[in-house]
Design a binder for this molecule. Structure first.
Ligand code: C2E
Ligand code: CA
Ligand code: CA
Length: 554
């Protein structure tokens, strides 16, 4: 087909060129004939004195030069035909070659353009469009052959931090390394795709056993665990894997990928970093998705409020301070627990504005109480993400200056698990805050496998025993022993101890007997709005100055 097209193109070109070269040859023949006539006439005049038939005949018979001249039109005609054919063929072939070259260039460009629309330019992996296409095809063939398939979504959880620390070029290098490692763990390299900035996807097609996907998820975690080295710095990447199976979890690409995303969300809070989709995961996810986008506006629209829960010094019998606890009063859903929206804010970029809002409000309230003579310390919770923000101490310095709060009025609470997420990074922030004059408490102690070696290095002033241990000291000998031992340990480290979750008088008395310094819990008061806190304070037996000094005064 191509050959016939090419040869017909060639013969067309040859005809066109031949026609134009032949025209020149015909002109040559015409000039030659005209020259013969003129020459014959001139020889006739020379021989007989005039141009006559007899003179022309004699000239043609006797003159050698005319004979030679007579041959010229035939030579011209032959040469014209011959060379026109050669030139035409050469030119035709040249045009044909150039056309072929142009055609193959156009084909290359079309191939490149189609590669660019189906592949990620950074990693060379298939992109979202191609991945979806392949999953669709795999679903069709799985349907025909009664086979199964799985999709794994892999998210680099801390990619934003890596990007912020390393900048674009180096974090691109990490993404390339991630792509290569992922290709290393699968059998079919083409099955790995990059479908979003920090999200990769793998298609496991034609499988008989769905546990293969979980094996692969574990292999991925192991492959990602090794530190990445860029610019002689080592980086650890945290990845999560969400898994869905076909046909169990969905019948088309869109619902499968969407559900793999839901599983991925669940994987973030799992111990092993991966999760297989379950329909029950969907229950809260639509609400969660809308809440995530609403949280940012909630901060601006003042839908958040800070509540305060009193902390009482049981040995001195006085109000010691209060812990600021954020509340979200959603216009549609009512009060939403911080345990639901803080982890959500930590995963998006909302934790920064949220923490800034809490800091400003808590410092303003603290300054106002001190102005009114209520001398208590305000405890403010910092999230793990806050601790990794190198700008946090400067932000706090700014808020301190603008609210005229004295640093010694504030205690920052950091959970044990936040410290252990990045002990070195946490130490830098904690050191800076301590040097600025703030106090620091380790929160939820006993739940986060912290290393005493790290805690000893930190300039901490307080240890808060998690309520899960305190709640049961009446019924559980074990918990009572743990609480007692923790109080002793903290005192030996020079820290004061707060017990959280004190819900009745007996627990309070037991803790007092163990030498615990401060208690906090529903027995004293639930977290209260500022107005309710002020009312509570008016009628409470726990005042900011020791109760015995009130009696002395009274
Ligand atoms: P947390 O820091 O351990 O706060 C203590 C939690 O225990 C509070 O829950 C409080 O209401 C609850 N609680 C207090 N006394 C008792 C009691 O006697 N019994 C029981 N069962 N619970 C008691 P809340 O306010 O729901 O806060 C939950 C968590 O949310 C906090 O745990 C803290 O980790 C986080 N959080 C709250 N506010 C903030 C904030 O402003 N910033 C950050 N980063 N995290 C916050
Ligand atoms: Ca706390
Ligand atoms: Ca706590």
């Amino acid at each position: 087909m191509i050959f016939t097209m090419a040869s017909s193109l060639l013969s067309d070109n040859v005809q066109v060129l031949k026609a134009s070269v032949s025209k020149t040859a015909y002109q040559g023949v015409a000039i030659a004939v005209a020259s013969i006539i003129v020459a014959t006439f001139m020889v006739s005049v020379y021989l007989v004195g005039e141009v006559s038939f007899a003179g022309i005949m004699q000239a043609q018979k006797t003159n050698l030069a005319l004979w030679i001249l007579n041959c010229v039109p035939f030579v011209f005609a032959f040469w014209g035909q011959y060379s026109s054919s050669i030139i035409a063929y050469e030119a035709g072939a040249m045009i044909y070659d150039q056309t072929q070259e142009l055609r193959s260039k156009a084909e290359d460009m079309a191939k490149q353009a189609s590669y660019a629309t189906t592949h990620d330019s950074l990693t060379d992996l298939p992109n979202r469009a191609l991945f979806y296409d392949r999953v669709s095809q795999a679903i069709n063939s799985a349907n025909n052959q009664s086979k199964q398939l799985s999709i794994l979504l892999i998210e680099i959880e801390n990619f934003k931090e890596v990007y912020d620390t390393l900048g674009r070029n180096s974090s691109d290098l990490i993404l390339k390394q991630i792509a290569t490692r992922l290709q290393g763990v699968v059998l079919d390299q083409e099955s790995v795709a990059r479908i979003d900035g920090n999200v990769f996807a793998i298609l496991l097609a034609d499988i008989d056993d769905l546990t293969e996907a979980e094996h692969l998820a574990r292999a991925i975690q192991r492959a990602m665990e090794q530190a990445y080295v860029v610019e002689r710095l080592q980086f650890v990447v945290h990845s999560n894997v969400g898994i869905v199976h076909f046909p169990e979890h969905g019948e088309d690409v869109d619902s499968l990928v969407q559900r793999a995303g839901v599983a991925l969300y669940k994987a973030r809070s799992s111990n092993n970093g991966y999760s297989v989709y379950e329909p029950s995961f969907d229950k809260h996810s639509p609400r969660r998705l809308t809440l995530m986008s609403e949280l940012r506006n909630a901060i601006d629209r003042d839908e958040l409020e800070l509540y305060y829960q009193p902390k009482v010094d049981i040995q001195a019998g006085k109000l010691y301070g209060a812990e600021a606890l954020v509340r979200w009063n959603h216009p549609k859903h009512g009060f939403i627990s911080p345990e639901e929206f803080i982890p959500m804010a930590e995963r998006t970029r909302t934790i920064k504005p949220l923490s800034l809002w809490v800091l400003k409000r808590a410092f303003q309230h603290c300054a106002a109480w001190h102005k009114q003579g209520v001398e208590m310390k305000i405890s403010v919770n910092l999230s793990a993400k806050d601790l990794l923000d190198p700008g946090l101490p400067d932000t706090i310095a700014g808020v301190t200056a603008s609210t005229s709060v004295k640093p010694e009025w504030i205690i920052f609470e950091i959970t044990e698990s936040a410290i252990m997420t990045d002990p070195e990074g946490a130490l830098i922030t904690v050191d800076r805050l301590s040097n600025m004059g703030f106090e620091l408490a380790v929160d939820d102690f006993g739940t986060g496998y912290s290393s005493l070696a790290y805690l000893k290095k930190m300039p901490l002033t307080e240890l808060k025993i998690d309520k899960s241990f305190v709640e049961d000291i009446q019924s559980s000998e074990n918990d009572a022993v743990i609480v007692k031992a923790t109080i002793n340990l903290a005192h030996n480290l020079g820290l004061q101890v707060t017990a959280e979750g004190v819900e009745n008088e007996e627990v309070l008395n037991m803790l007092k007997g163990y030498g615990c310094d401060i208690v906090q819990g529903y027995h004293l008061a639930k977290p209260l709005s500022v107005a309710d806190f002020n009312n509570w304070l008016k009628s409470s037996k726990w005042q900011p100055i020791p109760s015995n000094s009130i009696q002395e005064k009274g």
